[in-house]
Unconditional design. Sequence first.
Length: 53
Amino acid sequence: MLHWTLVFLVVALIAAVLGFGGIAGTAAGIAKILFFVFLVLWLLSFLMRKGGA
C-alpha cells in the first residue's frame, strides 16, 4: 500500500511540473488517501501484535 502511495505522489509531482493541474490534484488526493489508509492499517497491525504477545 505504501508503494502505491509513493507511485501516486511521484505521478502528482511529475504532472505538476508539466502543468497538468487536474491530474496532479487527483493523483495527490489519491496519494493522501492511500497514505492514511496505510497508516491506519499499520497502526492496527502494531496494536494487534503488541496485544497478542
